[in-house]
Design a binder for this molecule. Structure first.
Ligand code: MN
Length: 716
């Protein structure tokens, strides 16, 4: 294929300036891919051109076309994504980066239907911009067209992935043209015998079908014209894969299939669609139950048309689809069709604007995509939709080989390491995310690539139990420590407890009275202190759990110092059911109540109480018996002023870092003093903070210890 073919298409709908820029991108890509060839022997650039052409047929905007030309540049050439950004701007770079990331989603074959659905969703969740998906689909189309270059077993996996993931996505986006091409290509490689069989069935009839279509077309166009309707009529054979699926349902008997022949009648207005349907039914009688009005009730992917199957000329059963030109474009190009239309509509701005997410109300298609994304994110209130709930709280990250791991939100590299293999977890010493070193308690984000660094002699750390999110990792870490012998656990546990005690300004366990210890042992149901230390050492109990049994809050913080503070921060004001505590509540997504809105609760089945604003429309239509009064509570709380002594090595920004950790924990600072120690660069920061309980203090100390240059933190 030549570049001039693409230019010809582009000139039809883009400005000279845009085409010039695309030309520049083409030269850039050509140079970058110079000397590279596809497995089929073609120069690599042919692949990128083919994708750009597919997009140009849908009349996509400049940025999408440029991104298509450059989509394999960062991954397969010496040029980087930064080079792309420098020359073609942020938007193009984001699209290219999006396509590259989607390339990391791996399908292995043999996944269950649920896993496949998750992959599809993951794909959408990661794409963020519709254009990325369209580029990826076009990329897949060309890869399928050149599949013969691959090894047979790779071909099969590729074709199956196309059928299971990509064709359904094209369908969901309503891009019919890509959908059937992808399906037929996959069909050819996955079921070669059946493909040949279906092809021969279709071929046998090709000539007579063509004659027949011409006959009907001539007749019907004339007839409709007489009634004042201008129509363009075309005919097509059913696509091979959909015909094959249908044949399987009809005993493989082609004579039983009615819509083998489909005529498309494209008219000017919706009104004409219905008129044409009436006229057609007045000449040919329709088959019962085969009249479908997808204009009044569009399909889920937005497809609109009227369908009917009639006893047509010569008594032949023929399916007729009636639609407007706009609907016809939509049916071919789905989501993408609207970017093309929008150029005539000044109100919605340029095509580029829309593609980069216009407000959902403006275009139904855009709305539909955002609904797909919503479907992935929101709707905890749809009680039946548990599957989506699960998806919402999960992230997808990748091994350097591109295998996807599905983890709960907040999961860390340690969770990831154990998800890969317990051996990797047990010997983990560090992690890289997107090639940069991160701490082991780093919270992984969607679509990051995680590499675990291991060492043969390394063993798990008890600290990991404080931040891992998955039960799997937790169990594995504990079982590691259970295997380490009990004596070691006792020593480690005792050390841990003493360390924790000193944090709270207490002496070691030896300094605690026998009575107190006995009481704590009973409360925790352990026989003796060694058992407690062992449990602490193997991670089945935490130090703060023990300390809570040994001391009351007043013991630790000093009862006389307790004070009541008025909260300035309204985020600490809680919505409560009058007179009740401990009931699971959640704010409604529909009206998002905020203090001081008037609020009311709706009691769900098994999911606690959903809090709505009083004037929320959903509440008016809800079952009134399930409503419950709610009010805002809080505004004040009891706190202990606690002085922390923080030993640090001085550096620029230290004070800012300490105070921002405290502020992030929503804790108030009432005093801050710095003392320079006589020798060296060490300082002591004395910070007084308002603390409401053990856990808060414990977490705060952990947080401060993570700051670079902090050597120790103690309650004074
Ligand atoms: Mn590609």
């Amino acid at each position: 294929m030549t570049f001039s073919k693409l230019i010809k298409k582009l000139n039809k709908y883009l400005s000279e300036k845009d085409v010039a820029e695309i030309n520049e991108a083409f030269q850039f890509a050509k140079e970058a891919h110079a000397g590279q060839f596809r497995k089929t022997g073609e120069p690599y650039i042919e692949h990128s051109l083919s994708i750009a052409l597919t997009l140009a047929e849908m009349e996509l905007g400049k940025s999408a076309i440029i991104a298509a030309l450059l989509h394999d540049v960062p991954e397969d050439t010496l040029k980087t994504i930064d080079d792309v950004r420098n020359q073609f701007g942020d938007q193009v770079a984001q699209l290219v980066d999006g396509v590259t990331k989607l390339g990391q989603v791996r399908y292995r074959g043999g996944e269950s239907e649920r896993e496949i659905e998750t992959l599809r969703k993951m794909f959408l969740a990661m794409a963020k911009d519709m254009r990325v998906v369209v580029i990826k689909l076009a990329d897949r189309l060309h890869n399928m067209q050149t599949l013969e270059g691959l090894l047979p077993e790779k071909r099969e996996r590729f074709a199956r992935e196309t059928l299971e993931i990509f064709a359904p996505l094209a369908d969901r986006f309503g891009i019919w043209r890509l959908k059937w091409q992808l399906e037929d290509l996959a069909f050819q490689w996955l079921y070669p015998k059946e493909f040949v069989w279906v092809s021969s069935l279709v071929k046998d009839e090709a000539k007579s079908r063509e004659r027949y279509i011409q006959k009907v077309k001539k007749f019907l166009e004339k007839f409709l014209a007489k009634k004042g309707i201008h129509a363009e009529i075309s005919g097509r054979a059913k696509h091979k894969f959909s015909l094959y699926k249908k044949l399987l349902r009809y005993d493989r008997d082609i004579s039983k299939i009615y819509d083998l022949l489909a005529l498309r009648v494209v008219v000017e207005t919706i009104d004409d669609c219905y008129k044409a349907l009436g006229i057609i039914h007045s000449i040919w009688s329709p088959l019962a139950n085969r009249i479908k009005d997808f204009i009044a009730v569009p399909k889920a992917n937005g497809y609109r048309s009227l369908h009917t199957t009639v006893f047509c000329l010569d008594g032949k059963l023929t399916e007729i689809q009636i639609r407007t030109f706009e609907m016809d474009q939509e049916a071919k190009f789905g989501v993408a069709a609207h970017w093309a239309y929008s150029k005539e509509n000044e109100k919605v701005g340029t095509k580029e604007d829309i593609a980069a997410f216009a407000p959902p109300k403006i275009l139904s298609w855009v709305k539909q995509f955002s609904e797909i994304q919503e479907e992935l994110k929101s709707s905890k209130e749809l009680e039946e939709n548990l599957k989506i709930d699960i998806f919402q709280d999960r992230i997808f990250v990748f091994t350097p080989n591109g295998d996807a791991k599905d983890l709960p939100k907040g999961a860390t590299p340690v969770d990831f390491a154990y998800a890969v293999h317990s051996n990797i977890g047990d010997h983990c010493i560090g992690a890289k995310v997107n090639t940069k070193i991160v701490p082991l308690n780093y919270q992984l984000q969607n679509s990051e690539v995680v590499e675990i660094l291991t060492s043969k002699n390394a063993t798990p750390s008890r600290d990991w139990l404080k931040f891992v999110r998955t039960a799997h990792a937790r169990t594995k870490i504990r079982s590691f420590f259970k295997q380490v012998d009990r004596d070691k656990n006792i020593i480690a546990g005792k050390e841990l407890l003493n360390k924790e005690l000193s944090r709270f300004g207490k002496g070691g366990i030896e300094s605690i009275g026998e009575r107190k210890i006995k009481k704590a042992l009973e409360a925790l149901s352990y026989k003796n202190l060694d058992d407690v230390f062992a449990a602490l050492g193997d991670g089945s109990i935490s130090a703060s759990q023990i300390i809570k049994r040994l001391f009351s809050q007043d013991d630790i913080f000093g009862p006389s110092r307790k004070k009541t503070v008025i909260l300035k921060d309204k985020t600490e004001i809680e919505a409560k059911i009058a007179g009740m505590d401990g009931i699971l509540t959640k704010f409604a997504n529909c009206c998002k109540p905020e203090y001081p809105d008037e609020i009311i609760g709706f009691i769900t089945r098994g999911k606690g109480v959903i809090i709505h604003r009083k004037e929320c429309r959903n509440i008016h239509s809800a079952d009134q018996k399930r409503l419950i009064k709610m009010r805002w509570e809080g505004g004040q709380k009891e706190v202990y002023p606690v002085e922390l002594k923080i030993l640090v090595t001085d550096r620029v920004g230290m004070i800012a870092d300490i105070s921002s950790v405290i502020a992030a924990a929503n804790i108030n600072i009432t005093d801050f003093k710095i003392t320079h120690l006589p020798e060296g660069q060490e300082f002591i920061h004395n910070v007084v903070v308002d603390i409401s309980n053990f856990e808060q203090l414990d977490n705060l100390i952990d947080g401060i210890l993570k700051i670079k240059g902090v050597k120790s933190v103690k309650k004074v």
